[in-house]
Design a protein around this ligand. Structure first.
Ligand SMILES: [Fe+2]
Ligand SMILES: [Fe+2]
Length: 377
């Protein structure tokens, strides 16, 4: 236990030093406020005993500094004074003095106060260390939970994609693109983290589409196309928290009461994923499916996914098409701004183009899902 004594009286310093050292405390002494402030900032102290009248910085000024600095604010301070002025004592207490002692004082009186304050400080330090440890543990556990949730969601997305195209990279890339575009739109960290994960489940509903349609080489018939469109409501239903009330997906009007992203959902990532699964094929001009939602009726998350998904589909080679070059991709997509795509999101997409290309190159593969402009599945 270390105690600082700051007093300009040599005899007082000597007396206090001897007394406290005999009690087993480590004692640091100084005769002026400036030096005392240096010691206070650099040493782990359990108590500071300050005289009021000192050169450079007086005891009250020093007390004010101690209480206003984060590193010293919780050090107990015992003020020694030979003044009998009530004002001075009140001022010291107002500034945060832990205790006051008038000179001359008895040995027993001083030691009793010192013991109390040092003991309290030790308890406080113990609680602080314990809290820091617990906070660290909570941080670690939260991160572990986030990591395992991320891993699970990615694997779940891969289930659908493996059946469809045999690779998991498309969904990961779409997640990255969405995060980048959302950042460019100025969305907060919560939004960008959520869309990174939830967008990776956009085609999870393809699990419910028969192989004869999902794996068919060449174009789908009109009837098959209609069946393929069901992957949106199937995906949404799989992911909804209250999945039992599945009939709500039957009508557009029900969409608004049940499918806007619910910020208070138990699992906001999965809840957002459900909304994305349902509406990622909606178009800005109202010609999308399943509801034909128009412009701002489409959740922002889905407007972002629509662009990211199409971009990746165009860049990648398919069994029935070559990969488009960067230049061709941007020229095709530009024409869709205001038609398929929200123009504002498109603008963010264009401004993120270099980053998106980098992601595509880093996580490239040969075969991807079958979404593309004009032949959306
Ligand atoms: Fe889809
Ligand atoms: Fe996709």
């Amino acid at each position: 236990m270390k105690i600082l004594i700051a007093d300009d009286s040599k005899s007082m310093r000597k007396m206090l030093f001897t007394l406290l050292e005999q009690e087993g405390y480590k004692v640091v002494v100084t005769e002026n406020g400036k030096q005392a402030w240096n010691i206070l900032q650099n040493e782990a102290l359990h108590l500071a005993i300050l005289d009021i009248v000192m050169p450079d910085i007086n005891g009250l000024e020093l007390l004010r500094k101690i209480r206003s600095s984060e590193s010293t604010a919780d050090i107990p301070v015992l003020i020694l004074t030979s003044s009998t002025k009530i004002d001075l004592k009140t001022q010291a207490l107002d500034l945060g003095a832990s205790d006051l002692l008038s000179k001359p004082f008895s040995r027993e009186d001083l030691l009793a106060r010192v013991r109390n304050m040092v003991r309290t400080k030790s308890y406080q330090d113990g609680i602080k260390i314990k809290n820091e440890f617990l906070e660290q543990k909570i941080k670690e556990r939260t991160q572990e939970l986030k990591d395992s949730q991320m891993d699970l969601i990615w694997r779940l997305g891969r289930v659908a994609e493996f059946r469809d195209s045999g690779t998991g990279n498309h969904i990961f890339r779409v997640g990255c693109y969405c995060q980048i575009i959302a950042k460019k739109l100025g969305m907060n960290r919560d939004f960008t983290d959520t869309i990174f994960l939830s967008s990776q489940l956009h085609d999870i509903g393809k699990i419910g589409i028969p192989d004869t349609i999902l794996l068919k080489q060449g174009p789908l018939s009109a009837e098959e196309r209609e069946l393929m469109k069901n992957h949106c409501s199937i995906g949404a239903e799989m992911l909804r928290q209250d999945y039992k009330t599945s009939s709500r997906f039957a009508a557009k009007s029900n969409f608004y009461s049940h499918n806007m992203v619910d910020k208070n959902a138990i699992n906001p990532t999965i809840d957002t994923a459900s909304t994305i699964a349902l509406t990622h094929h909606e178009r800005w001009d109202g010609n999308g499916y399943p509801f034909g939602l128009l412009k701002g009726e489409i959740p922002l998350e889905s407007r972002i996914v629509a662009i990211a998904d199409v971009y990746d589909a165009l860049r990648a080679a398919r069994p029935y098409k070559q990969a488009y070059s960067e230049k061709e991709t941007i020229s095709i997509m530009k024409k869709e701004s205001g038609n398929h795509f929200d123009p504002l999101v498109y603008c963010a997409f264009e401004n993120s183009y270099n980053e998106l290309n980098y992601i595509y190159d880093q996580f490239s593969d040969e075969l991807h899902c079958k979404t593309e402009i004009g032949a959306s599945r």
